[in-house]
Write a protein that binds this ligand. Structure first.
Ligand code: THG
Length: 263
């Protein structure tokens, strides 16, 4: 499974402060630690409190690229902010994200084409995040059809059913899992599927880690191919590795956790 590290996000208080004060060490350590822990892509977001999204995203991308050499997922709702990052990013970036709205798809898919980037499609539109798996499927299929129009390969498309906090939207958890199954039949070969895992436990007072790792194992069993998560959560990574083992995607040996980490 493709692990996208979530920690460089201005939503975290420490990170928001580090961005505002240009504390490059904080950002670079987060990048190196996540790569060491197994992330193969890093999500990068200036967060909601940024005073200048364009300057901040450019600084983040350049700071991270000085110390690690893996692709970045540029997390913003604004096409001009994403383009600012794409101009300086090395290698193939991931655009995080487009919705199923026509205007948003036009601007984000144009950027994907122009910069040879991969792209995440959220199963939502201007009316919000759907409650049902059927509506999620309809919106994901709309995004997949647009990807074909722009000549984006299914392998470069990541469909996101949008995981919701269990404390306020409990009934959404099984809808999201079923969406992961159904999204695989939209394209041939199938597109990737992705969730922002920590969404599911946001705002819960206890057992955040337990909720995250249990949902990840269930999502993997439903066919999830990638996730935005905290790779420094060792119990979570152990669950992920074990779920892959039990799906016969890793070869068993008594030291399977170590064997996975050595690779
Ligand atoms: N899909 C896609 N992209 C996404 C998401 C998604 N990007 C953002 C988010 N969801 C995934 N990343 C995070 C990052 C942090 C948290 C949740 C999801 C989080 N933060 C702490 C909190 O809110 O409790 C911050 C606490 C602090 O201040 O330190 O939980 O779904 N495509």
């Amino acid at each position: 499974m493709i692990i996208i590290g979530e920690l460089i996000n201005g939503m975290y208080k420490d990170v928001g402060r580090a961005i505002a004060n240009r504390e490059i060490d904080v950002i670079q350590h987060l990048a190196q630690d996540q790569v060491k822990a197994g992330a193969s892509i890093l999500d990068v977001s200036v967060g909601p409190y940024s005073r200048n999204h364009k300057d901040d995203i450019k600084w983040l991308v350049e700071s991270i690229q000085k110390v690690v050499d893996i692709p970045l997922a540029i997390d913003s709702t604004m096409a001009d902010v994403i383009e600012e990052a794409l101009k300086v990013v090395k290698g193939r970036a991931v655009i995080n994200s487009t919705s199923a709205d026509e205007d948003k798809m036009a601007s984000m898919f144009s950027l994907a084409k122009k910069y040879n980037a991969r792209i995440i499609g959220l199963a939502m539109d201007k009316t919000g995040i759907p409650n049902s798996k059927d509506k999620r499927l309809e919106l994901a299929a709309k995004i997949a059809a647009k990807a074909v129009e722009y000549g984006i390969a299914a392998g470069d498309l990541y469909l996101d059913p949008i995981a919701m906090p269990v404390n306020v939207a409990q009934a959404q958890a099984p809808e999201v899992l079923e969406s992961i199954r159904e999204f695989r039949i939209i394209c041939t070969p199938p597109a990737n599927t992705i969730i922002g895992l920590s969404n599911v436990s946001q705002g819960t007072k206890a057992c955040r880690g337990l909720i995250n790792r249990t949902f990840l194992a269930m999502a993997l069993a439903s066919g999830l191919t990638s996730a935005i998560l905290d790779p420094l959560d060792r119990d979570l990574m152990d669950s992920m590795i074990t779920a892959e083992l039990l799906m016969n995607k890793q070869i068993y040996c008594d030291s399977f956790l170590e064997a996975y980490r050595k690779r």
